[in-house]
Design a protein around this ligand. Sequence first.
Ligand SMILES: C[S@@+](CC[C@H](N)C(=O)[O-])C[C@H]1O[C@@H](n2cnc3c(N)ncnc32)[C@H](O)[C@@H]1O
Length: 279
Amino acid sequence: MSEEELALLTGYIREYAGLVFTGPQEYLFHRRVKKRIDANKLQSAREYYHFIRFDPKRGEEMRELINLITVNETYFFRETPQMAMFKDELLPSLKEKNRREKTVRIWSAACSNGAEPYSIAVLIRESGLFEGGDWRVELYGTDINAEAVQAARLGLYTANAFRGVDESIREKHFSQKEPGVWELDPGIRQMVHFSLLNLYNPAQIKLMRNMDVILCRNVMIYFDAEGKKRVGEHLYGALRPLGCLVIGQSESLFKVTTLYNMTPMGNVLVYQRPAAVED
Ligand SMILES: C[S@@+](CC[C@H](N)C(=O)[O-])C[C@H]1O[C@@H](n2cnc3c(N)ncnc32)[C@H](O)[C@@H]1O
């Protein structure tokens, strides 16, 4: 693949999904794209570029390519301080704040195989905060990777997914399906609604509105500053006033967007949409 072809392809992926491949990642990208060029029996990277841009079957091919080039690393209860913040601060504050409408809406915006939104579902179930009394808890999990979304719906996990989890949680909410494979309790599974969603596509993000909390963790690390700004602003539009955006602990929107207030909650900082301005 020539430098020019590689630039055409990485440029298009950046435009399509925000994902940036530079330096060592370029080689990885090259190898994965090569697989798709061969699978489609095409002669060159340029031909592949035309295929994903203009062919009537480009939608299907983009799914295949995205499944290959995204990093889906995740596990239950990742980033313990943030999970403690959910349990001790955020969920109790939502119960108080939303006591009139009795609805809570939480969105895991790059949910991979579901470990993240299911961790929140387990915390909600364990807290008992929203049981009875007509509470509606709406939990959404979305990702650009179709295989990850499919895996999330299935709710089957191997030991790797439990590396951050207290044994008692696994015993209580999962059952062993076969050696090395655990199935999440169907009652927890049905708490989360999964769908395919590209955070870089404004029309798709517009479908998500009035969220109390958005988790968008460990995904903006794959974007450049412009991509972070764009997604940070899209997510702002999906939050209700005073709603919170939770990004990964190693990530920051400092110097990226000034839309949010940085608010301490427990031991962590969240990005909060300011209150609505009364006129
Ligand atoms: C490293 S995983 C993080 C999963 C989870 N949020 C966590 O912190 O454990 C990153 C996820 O972001 C998804 N992703 C990458 N680009 C995306 C985009 N443009 N829109 C939606 N999801 C995206 C990937 O498919 C992948 O599942």
